[in-house]
Design a binder for this molecule. Structure first.
Ligand SMILES: Cc1ncc(COP(=O)(O)O)c(C=O)c1O
Length: 400
């Protein structure tokens, strides 16, 4: 019926209990300030956190929560949280304005415009991050340039152009698009707003990660006790590391088990965790997967530091696992809400179901049982409608 080939996994043997100063960037106090800035935009609403009780019963766990990020700022994905905070922080720092009580409107003011002039922000993206950066730049009266890797969806490109960006698909993979942006920025004086860090480029990616942590804060404001397990999808790992660091800072005594899910064509965390010395491994080439948001072969070095220390296990997943998750979200057990979840959003639910249904030995190692409270974050909605339809209506990737 099914076989193990849909996932490969490893426990993380490189975990460390020590405190790394990087976690302090995700203290509740700091993230409250980040959230306050997000809240200052009129379009801000907290995204829903659903309880999938019937599915939890079916899968023999106590509780499954799913946060639906398709409803974030009307942009169908969580990513804008990072881009907009990073741009705001960049502007505030450039003008030496204290950030504590700054609002969206302050940054749009004539005074700020006169002092700054018009800026151009540049970024590489699979779609969601670029749309967020384009939205933030336009909202704040600046310009943006966005490059996407080859094979990117036309719908995602058009969505970015609709936010006013000069956006193009390049004949390069994601990681090479990032390098191209950095090069252009240097020659033309653009500001790179990239969701991954490398030596010498650390502040903006950190701000982006802090922006993502608003999701964690919204969750703990609703959940009385921390989940026992959090399943997090990883591309460069910034999102997963931000949520991980936030929960570890908040619950140092009883942190949740962090389970990472990657696309098997871009499984740089899995490959890195397999090494003896946890050295970062790059995946290169086209990285053909339906999980476009996870098609990144080079980890964010700072996110890697966090996840190497704190992730419990990492899974390299076939597209079949993501398709499975998309169908389960969209066709829930009677009594549970339906969630429209795209390819990168749904892989974690697909993985949870697959483990509890077909891979109980692995689930046992993860200590998934009737006392487990599992948190999932559906990070995007149907950002590629054509692909969404193929998977959920036409039944592509059915091989279970
Ligand atoms: C929908 C979605 N989920 C998850 C991710 C993974 O985020 P990161 O690259 O920070 O690991 C992305 C990245 O673009 C994404 O678009």
């Amino acid at each position: 019926m099914q076989s193990k080939e849909y996932i490969q996994w490893t426990k993380n043997h490189h975990q460390s209990q020590g405190h790394d100063p990087i976690y302090s960037n995700f203290s509740r106090e700091i993230i409250e300030q980040v959230k306050k800035f997000h809240q200052s935009h009129l379009a801000y609403t907290k995204t829903p956190l659903y309880s999938l009780q019937q599915l939890a019963k079916k899968l023999n766990v106590e509780q499954i929560y799913a946060k639906d990020e398709s409803q974030r700022f009307g942009l169908n994905a969580f990513k804008v949280l990072g881009g907009v905070y990073a741009i705001a922080k960049y502007i505030a720092d450039t003008l030496a304005i204290p950030f504590e009580n700054i609002t969206f409107e302050d940054l749009k003011s004539e005074e700020v415009k006169n002092r700054l002039g018009q800026l151009t922000f540049i970024t590489a993206t699979d779609g969601n991050h670029g749309r967020g950066v384009a939205w933030a730049a336009r909202e704040l009266g600046h310009q943006s340039i966005v490059y996407m890797p080859k094979g990117s969806s036309q719908q995602r490109l058009e969505a970015i152009r609709a936010e006013g960006a000069d956006a193009h698909i390049l004949p390069l993979n994601y990681d090479d698009c990032v390098r191209e942006c950095a090069k252009l920025a240097e020659t033309n004086g653009y500001i790179v707003i990239q969701d991954t860090a490398w030596d010498g480029y650390e502040d903006i990616p950190l701000w982006i990660m802090q922006g993502y942590a608003t999701i964690g804060l919204e969750i703990v404001e609703e959940l009385p006790t921390p989940p026992t397990h959090i399943f997090l999808q990883a591309g460069v790992g910034s999102f997963a590391a931000a949520i991980t660091a936030f929960f570890y800072e908040l619950y140092p005594e009883n942190p949740p088990k962090i389970i990472i899910a990657e696309a098997d064509q871009a499984d740089c965390y899995y490959q890195s965790f397999l090494t003896r010395d946890a050295s970062i491994q790059f995946v290169t080439g086209d990285m053909a997967t339906i999980m476009a948001g996870l098609a990144c072969g080079e980890p964010n070095k700072d996110a890697y530091r966090i996840l190497r220390n704190k992730a419990f296990a990492t899974f390299s997943c076939d597209d079949v696992i993501s398709a499975l998750g998309m169908r389960i979200y969209g066709n829930p057990c009677s009594g549970d809400p339906a969630i429209v979840s795209g390819e990168s959003g749904a892989v974690t639910l697909g993985l949870l179901y697959y483990l509890q249904k077909f891979q109980l030995e692995i689930a046992k190692v993860l200590e998934l049982n009737e006392r487990s409270c599992v948190l999932l974050i559906s990070t995007e909605g149907d950002t590629d409608l054509e692909q969404y339809e193929k998977v959920t209506w036409l039944g592509h990737f059915p091989k279970l």
